[in-house]
Design a protein around this ligand. Sequence first.
Ligand SMILES: *Cc1c(COP(=O)(O)O)cnc(C)c1O
Length: 378
Amino acid sequence: MNNIEPFEDPIYVTQPILPKLENLVEKLKEVWGSKRLTNNGPQHKRLEERLCDILKVPYLSLFNNGTIALIVACQSLRLTGEVITTPFTFAATPHVLTWNNISPIFCDIDPVTMNIDADKIESMITPQTTGILAVHVYGTPCDVKKIQEIANRYGLKVVYDAAHAFGVEIDGKGIGTFGDVSMFSFHATKLFHTAEGGALTFNDKNMKDRVDLLKNFGIKNEEEVMMPGINGKMNELQALLGLEVLGLVEEEKKKRRNIFLAYSNYLNGIEGIKICNNNSEDVNHNYQYVVIRVNEKEYGVSRDYLYTELKKYNVHTRKYFYPLCSSFACYKHLFSSIPANLPIADKVSTEVLCLPIYGELNGYVIQNICNIISDLKQ
Ligand SMILES: *Cc1c(COP(=O)(O)O)cnc(C)c1O
């Protein structure tokens, strides 16, 4: 038994990339000089261009946050009726459907990737189904090929919630090029951020034009309003912060990769603790999360016990994604929410735990967290 003292300062699951304040102040002078604070200003244009390059997508539209972006994505594709999605995600995913007057239909997940199980989608399609909203959970790509085949066969639209998948690539192709539209979140807790923010990506220029109208009240020019749009615009201060953060993402990713490897190394051999490693050879991963799965039978105690005990050491892990969205008060009445219909998601949500990962995380802290996990084994 190691004699480990609780950490003096709380260790949270993540910390945002923070650029040097001096650099930010310099850029702010530029914005002040331009006297433009929003509405497609120079910082906004620059960030859209840079992100198209980095994410390897033909078209991208910035937003004030990822949730509004996803609401607009559904609007732009004119989705109605029912959309098949996953219960193993953040609340925003099904909420976006509800805000579009669409019923979320929860489909079970794959036991390994923890993404929507493409083999189970087809059986959930009804005459009301208009689309599939899949999530690249923890940045692991969905089975994009199979999902597209199903969509093509049934004439469905495909939307990806890529909030976790900034910079992820499959065979060198940007993750945002799959499906009809993908959403990225630039919330402060994500790898790349603009404090709050997000983007949609598309292959089709017409989609970009339509979305740019929708996020600005549907206004085409001073006298023409084309559609009932919303205010989803990213402002110049967010865009400026984004441009500064962008310069630090590659370094952050390298550090996180090493942190992931350190965790893998220390946790290797603790029976009942498995670090999720879905880095297949064709996928360029982003290390936004480090996730373990606790097998209670082998480890001796439950995920919840481990979570609570770690908290006593001032280590604040997160149970992403527990509880399942299908169990929320607003969704549990749905037929597809019955736990018996979602056996894999139900089980996985009791096993997962997200451990702290951010560039500044000290190697000694990682080692101690792993020692605590090792000591808690029964
Ligand atoms: C963060 C997140 C969102 C929401 O993004 P915001 O930018 O915070 O609105 C949506 N889906 C998933 C899976 C997320 O993790």
